[in-house]
Ligand binder design. Structure first.
Ligand code: CP
Length: 316
């Protein structure tokens, strides 16, 4: 792999999943692969799991991870190509990326959507500029539209915990939220599950929350949550804002919050969420603390997903 910003960068998901699981069984089996090398982890937005799991993964491979909280500690960055920088921005992403390319062997970047213009966000111009000007392999730690390390960990988790089920029913359900939330996790989960191809995949949400079809094509889509949950083996709970009315919070229907009652319709489904989660808004505390929740297991698998991706890039 030359870069890891989407499922399209992966030729064989199953092989990457097996690599992640092999690292889970033996975290230090390639503990000199990255020796003498550095990964720069640049965060333009907050993170807990991605930041820590990527650093642990690099360390397991003998690689040094250097973290820059560019959103809070770096110079204010400019992203417009021909900007006249006489305002508040101090450094252009082109110049910053070129410098990152001097310091690191691999660059990993988190940048959220600006939510000002859908085409701008969906063009992924920030991470594309970083790829172009750094000249080194780039890993997305979540971009404007996708979160591939999360999705790989999600597939690893379903592979691991669903191995006894021939073809699991996987349901991605919209959940209420008080804020406008990006589409990254949902787009990415849909893209990866579709490419994985080993599940019957259903997406359910209220009207108006249709995601971009580039990612959801291949899934069954319904506005009836109860119908969707029927017989589900895995239920992935996630809020997202409107794609059509870009970034809008169209409704706050608390009946969509996943509760123990909803789980009665499922095949004793395992409940997933990328975290952080707003308890008793997106998902009931009872479900999160109960036996069906695998959210902590899922977060744990972030390490092995990151390790599989970094090692794949180091070995190329
Ligand atoms: N799921 C996830 O990416 O968590 P963080 O935002 O804490 O990294």
């Amino acid at each position: 792999m030359k870069q890891f910003i989407s499922a399209h960068d992966v030729t064989d998901i199953e092989s990457l999943v097996q690599t992640a699981l092999a690292y889970k069984a033996n975290p230090f089996k390639n503990n000199t692969l990255g020796s003498g090398k550095r990964i720069g982890c640049i965060f333009m937005n907050p993170s807990m799991r991605t930041r820590l799991s990527t650093q642990i993964a690099a360390k397991n491979l003998g690689m040094e991870a250097i973290v820059l909280n560019a959103g809070g500690e770096g110079w204010s960055l400019e992203f417009e190509d021909d900007a006249i920088m006489n305002g508040t921005t101090v450094e252009h992403i082109k110049d910053a990326a070129r410098v990152f390319g001097q310091y690191f062997d691999i660059l990993a970047l988190r940048s959220f959507p600006a939510f000002k213009n859908r085409d701008d966000d969906y063009s992924e111009h920030i991470i594309k500029q970083v790829i172009k000007y750094s000249g080194i392999p780039v890993i997305s730690l979540e971009s404007a539209t996708l979160h591939p390390l999360q999705s790989l960990a999600d597939i690893v988790t379903m592979n691991e915990l669903g191995s006894a089920i021939k073809r699991p029913k996987v349901v991605l359900t919209w959940a209420p939220h008080i804020k406008s939330i990006p589409h990254c996790v949902s787009n990415s989960f849909a893209q990866w599950v579709n490419k994985w191809g080993k599940a019957d995949f259903v997406i359910t949400h209220p009207e108006g929350y249709e995601l971009n079809e580039d990612y959801t094509n291949g899934a069954t889509i319904t506005h009836n949550q109860n119908e969707a949950l029927e017989g589900a083996d895995f239920v992935y709970v996630k809020n997202w804002s409107s794609y059509k009315d870009y970034g809008a919070l169209l409704s706050y229907d608390s009946s969509w919050m996943l509760t123990q009652k909803h789980l009665e319709k499922t095949n004793d489904a395992k409940v997933m969420h990328c975290l952080p989660v707003r308890r008793n808004v997106e998902l009931s505390g009872e479900v999160l603390d109960g036996p069906n929740s695998i959210v902590t297991h899922q977060a744990g698998n972030r390490v092995w997903a990151a390790q599989a991706v970094i090692s794949n890039i180091l070995k190329r």
